[in-house]
Design a protein around this ligand. Sequence first.
Ligand code: AMP
Ligand code: GLY
Length: 428
Amino acid sequence: MKVLIVGGGGREHALAWKAAQSPRVDKVFVAPGNAGTFHEENVHNVTISTNNFLALAKFALEEEVGLTIVGPEQPLVDGLVDFFQARDLAIFGPTKRAAQLEASKAFAKAFLERHSIPTGNYRVFSETAPALSYVREQGTPIVIKADGLAAGKGVIVAMTIAEAEKAIHSMLSERVFGKAGNRIIIEEFLEGEEASFIVMVDGKNILPMASSQDHKRVGTGDTGPNTGGMGAYSPAPLVNSRLNERIISEIIAPTVQGMADEQGGYIGFLYAGLMITPDGRPKVIEYNCRFGDPETQPILMRLESDLIAHCEAALHGKLDTQVPRWDPRPAVGIVLASEGYPGNYQKGYIITGLDSAALPRNDVKIFHSSTAEHSGNIVTDGGRVLCVTAVGSTIKSAQKKAYSACHVVSWPGSFYRSDIAWRALQRA
Ligand code: AMP
Ligand code: GLY
């Protein structure tokens, strides 16, 4: 079978790498892919962008692609799955209707409330004045969120009233997020520790992926602005078997049931961003309608069973027949980013060290997040550029292996956090 992965980031590199290992798969295509997928064995880049639905469907039809997997949220939210389904093309991902869980935070919060799924208290505003008086009344810390997709920049955790006011003005009055900020959510600040809980869903059955934790802040010590994620590891020791059961029964199962009852069902990867409160209760911070990036990289490094078999079973409503197998060893993924990220940065720097003899090979995989081929060189092509991922017998050894590879690879202005996995190490 031929498989098409839609997207061009680190998550898609990991999905393509894993798909290529499946005994059911002859050939993997990635649209548009990056320099990492270009060099991956049995993986072929296709120069079609993720928003060109017609060209993607035409390619899938002509190449007789047996399964398409969508990586990023935007094409899901824009209805790529619906577009393929209307043409009888097999595709794994939520429909546009189901993807509202990520597309609109107001939709997600109302859904959580309707189904009594634990989450922070909130109010929705579309006018500046009532929003301002609400934050003054509530006090800080408080969280201000743009309703729509804002490339990971639409959430401000305000520690002072002045910061909250600034966020409200920039979203509702200055409209820095355009339509995505037509409405804002003002949410209770939740104390605790975050975890990423990602599952596969076939409409009714749930196949949990291994637990993981991301590192949202740009700087070592969880400092600086939020990013798409600067590194992740799996499993997350925080999510013990009891908490795991609670998350499934209190959050994931009612979400899947609610989507089946109201929205035509949810098929695809479903990501619950959770806050585990100090008394051990899981609460939903947000839903994503896709696999996480960078969580995918360490999670798929550990997946021993056949991802493609799981996806195909999901499309037949038979996820209950699937038993995932995990490498018991932990995995750590460290993001190498461009100077200036998550703000402005330069692209096009030549990356050195990728073929260095000093690079550890065993148990280490360098996934590319945004790279391009240029005159025979691999160059940077975005903010998050690489995700160096390693497995090890302990979290410490996985971390050590990953950092020993990070030290070898660089370009002008490249940087990474030096403390990825610190929470897991604290618990070890
Ligand atoms: P989101 O895009 O909704 O995941 O928000 C980005 C980040 O903001 C989260 O990963 C948290 O670190 C933080 N955050 C969002 N909502 C809350 C909340 N209600 N309480 C505390 N932190 C939050
Ligand atoms: N790493 C967080 C996300 O994928 O949204």
